[in-house]
Design a protein around this ligand. Structure first.
Ligand code: ADP
Length: 582
């Protein structure tokens, strides 16, 4: 059960501060809007007896006045709504902006713990819900609460004993109504759960249709589905029944409450405490309470849901972010990095007690090409993640040109060490944007990078050249083209070190040759660590390092390792190196 605490939302208040002028203007309009209510109730008190007495001139006068008040009130409402809408929307935009900035800095461990789907849900649905609550609170809850206070204050001023009676009756009605509302909510939640179970089964069923058919299990699946839709129908029916009951019951309770106030009012008139005009105003004011009360209860329910969403957003804020650079971090001027890599007795595990890399020693001279080979899970990608400082070794040191990575600035390090990932994912946008990837680069530099990656030919053949659009997930480009774009993106900043994760999925011979040409040009003059799957790569590497279970078990040239007949040779023979792809 959610606790209706405002603590989470209260912490959003600082976000409102920059918008205080609009809030002040909107607030003033709100005061005018609310102040009109007791005025209208008073006018109703004047009007009803005048109508009863058939006093037409007086009726006309009061109606004219009421029209004027209504006009002022609606103008004020317009001012309130339009002035407050912007700060309310800006606050939820600020919240999203801050969360996304946080997301970009999250520690990789934390990022993996929260799935992409979950994060997307939080940043869209949850953020929307919180935004809605902020909006409603500013624009609806506040004026409704104010209206409640002002109108009730007017009723107390009119006749406090009668107001006292109302004050006793109202909570009784409100409690009965909310008890009922809670039951409806529970039933609705159960029905919602049933819907998601149905969706789950459907997802599973659609994905598994061939399997079901292969096992002739259709009757079984049909029966499971029918049981599920039966449960779904029942849950829905219970909600519908409760809803069907809710309106009459709530309506009756409200009517009974009002009738009770009328009865007490009649007694007050008889006792001489109130006149007919005052009583008319009182009843009108009473009716004016129904609307804000119903707004407040609806908003309260949404507020509770929003509270849960806000908590889910706050969880992202509690996740650890990447460690900031040390204050004494060394600068790493881009042109002056030679690219010598060294790992000294590096031990690292995602969980500290389960090392993935164990006491690894490796030195790669500037300009050397080292191929990493080993079975899946050996720790090759983990090694890359240490070189990019995505993770930090628990023991030992990782050095670039003799500097411990921990003492460098992350941004500069990542400009010097460029990654070509296995899945050549490019962001949507133009080709030029995909290569520049947010870095300031002239068209000439982009062309040069594309030329190195052997991508210039196909890019220039596109109708719009470098301004051609890449669709989401690069769906309008071939695998080989995307790989070459990823190579161009990597070499754009002229990095000293290239980390290359070779794609395992085979391209056709022609595309393969084009990518290989791009790679050869891109690798020239750089230190390269490549997670190798291809014979061409291992054959041309200066050295092959064989990793297994986080340790180096062999190293040497292709020929030497083949001749020694160890694990490497076994890999080649078991086709872990794609002998046939060349
Ligand atoms: P390789 O690239 O050689 O296939 P990895 O470096 O990806 O190997 O993985 C080495 C080991 O670390 C594997 O046992 C893998 O399950 C584990 N591992 C990889 N990434 C993570 C992670 N983010 N969190 C926890 N364990 C991981």
């Amino acid at each position: 059960m959610l606790r209706p605490s405002t603590a989470g939302f209260r912490r959003l208040l600082p976000l409102l501060l920059p918008h205080r002028r609009a809030l002040l203007g909107g607030g003033l309009c709100m005061l005018v809007f609310v102040a009109c209510w007791p005025l209208l109730a008073w006018l109703a008190g004047q009007l009803i007896p005048a109508i009863g007495a058939g006093d037409l001139p007086r009726v006309l006068r009061v109606i004219g006045l009421a029209l004027g008040v209504f006009m002022v009130q609606k103008l004020a409402q317009f001012g309130q709504d339009s002035l407050l809408a912007e700060p309310a929307l800006l606050v939820s935009q600020d919240l999203r902006r801050q969360l996304f900035a946080r997301l970009q800095r999250l520690d990789f461990g934390a990022l993996e713990k929260l799935s992409a789907g979950d994060l997307t849900y939080r940043l869209t649905e949850d953020a929307d819900r919180v935004g809605e609550v902020i909006y409603k609170t500013i624009q609806d809850t506040t004026p409704s609460a104010l209206q409640l206070v002002v109108v009730f204050g007017y009723m107390v001023w009119l006749d406090w004993p009668l107001s006292l009676a109302t004050l006793v009756l109202a909570p009784v009605v409100a409690v009965l109504v909310s008890v009922f509302g809670a039951r409806v909510m529970q039933a609705a939640e159960r029905s919602q759960k049933q819907v998601s179970e149905l969706a789950g089964l459907l997802g599973e069923a659609i994905g598994g249709l061939p399997l079901v058919r292969a096992f002739a299990a259709e009757p079984w699946l049909q029966q499971r589905f029918e049981e599920e839709i039966d449960l779904h129908r029942r849950a829905r029916y219970r909600t519908q029944q409760l809803l069907a009951l809710q309106y009459p019951v709530v309506g009756f309770l409200e009517a009974a409450g009002i009738l009770a106030v009328l009865l007490i009012g009649a007694a007050r008139i008889q006792a001489g405490g109130l006149d007919a005009q005052g009583f008319s105003s009182y009843v009108t004011a009473l009716l004016m309470l129904i609307d804000p009360i119903s707004h407040l209860t609806t908003n309260f329910n949404e507020f509770q849901q929003g509270q849960a969403s806000l908590r889910r957003l706050r969880e992202i804020e509690r996740e650890p972010v990447e460690a900031p650079d040390r204050p004494d971090a060394l600068p790493l001027p881009l042109g002056q990095v030679a690219g010598r890599l060294e790992l000294r007795e590096v031990t690292f595990g995602y969980a500290p007690d389960q090392p993935v890399l164990r006491g690894l020693d490796l030195t790669v001279a500037a300009g050397q090409v080292v191929a990493l080979v080993g079975p899946s899970g050996a720790g090759k990608s983990t090694l890359f993640s240490l070189l990019l400082r995505f993770n930090t070794a628990q023991q030992g040191q990782v050095l670039l040109d003799g500097h411990d990575l921990a003492g460098l600035r992350a941004h500069e390090l990542r400009r010097a060490v460029a990654l070509v990932p296995q899945q050549s994912s490019v962001f949507s946008g133009t080709v030029a944007e995909a290569i520049a990837f947010g870095r300031p680069a002239s068209r000439e530099q982009i062309r040069e990078a594309a030329r190195l990656a052997n991508a210039d030919g196909f890019i220039e053949a596109l109708p719009q050249g470098y301004d051609s659009r890449i669709e989401e997930r690069g769906s309008n480009f071939s695998g080989g083209q995307l790989q070459r774009l990823a190579i161009a993106r990597a070499v754009l900043g002229n990095p000293a070190v290239l980390l290359l994760d070779e794609a395992t999925s085979a391209l056709d011979a022609e595309a393969e040759a084009a990518v290989q040409r791009g790679l050869d040009q891109a690798m020239a003059g750089r230190t390269v660590l490549v997670i190798a799957h291809r014979l061409a790569t291992v054959q041309t590497a200066d050295r092959i390092v064989v990793l297994e279970a986080g340790q180096i078990i062999e190293q040497g040239s292709h020929g030497a390792l083949m001749a020694s007949g160890g694990r490497y040779r076994e890999f080649c023979e078991r086709q872990l190196i794609h002998l046939g792809s060349d």
